[in-house]
Design a protein around this ligand. Structure first.
Ligand SMILES: COc1nc(N)nc2c1ncn2[C@H]1C[C@H](O)[C@@H](COP(=O)(O)OP(=O)(O)OP(=O)(O)O)O1
Length: 181
């Protein structure tokens, strides 16, 4: 399959919060990615920088504010959408405020596997629970298909860029990811 052609890209943000060895994800209740877990984010509004949009979306969707660091850039294409999705990905290890459910997202904490090898086991055998905290490990089986390819390295501290092209059923057909640090 060739890379899908596109004329324009729409800019989005996505923010991941980690605290006390746990990862905060949101269960998406509507729109793009409905019924999947993801970081918090959305479209960048006209006149906004991606960094400003990331802070706004985190506040709107999870009720918290964080000093977000830019960590990654992703480009997604699907025959279902006219424009590529260009997603700037942010990260923080602390936040202010109380994590709160919104109309769009139901926040939930997950246990983080302690090595990239353990991530692989959690990907292969989903729904495992961390006996120490009682939390479920990251629900890769309920996330976008690309996430399992970059989230383990991202949580180990690597920044990256990448692209993934999906088919009309939402499965990845072609992709590349490159660590930049
Ligand atoms: C295709 O693969 C994707 N992977 C990941 N990890 N995240 C993705 C993928 N495609 C989209 N996303 C992210 C990007 C955004 O954070 C959300 C979608 O944002 P949404 O369309 O919900 O934007 P909002 O402005 O919040 O929407 P409303 O207009 O409904 O408020 O998914």
């Amino acid at each position: 399959m060739d890379w899908l052609p596109f004329q324009k890209a729409k800019l989005y943000t996505n923010a991941f919060i980690r605290r006390d060895g746990r990862l905060l994800l949101g269960y998406k209740k509507r729109g793009l990615g409905k019924d999947m877990y993801n970081g918090f984010g959305g479209k960048v509004d006209p006149g906004e920088t991606p960094a400003e949009a990331a802070v706004r979306e985190l506040q709107e969707e999870a009720g918290i504010t964080a000093k977000l660091k830019h960590r990654a850039t992703l480009l997604f294409m699907s025959p279902e959408i006219p424009e590529a999705a260009h997603i700037e990905i942010y990260y923080a290890e602390d936040y202010e405020g109380n994590v709160t459910e919104s109309e769009e997202m139901r926040p939930e904490w997950f246990a983080i596997p302690d090595s990239e090898e353990r991530h692989k086991e959690v990907i292969q055998t989903p729904k495992q629970v961390d006996p120490t905290t009682g939390l479920r490990f990251i629900p890769y089986d309920q996330m976008w298909e690309d996430d399992k390819l970059w989230l383990p390295a991202f949580l180990s501290g690597h920044d990256f860029v990448g692209r993934a092209d999906f088919d009309s059923q939402g499965h990845m057909q072609k992709w590349w990811f490159a660590l930049t640090s």
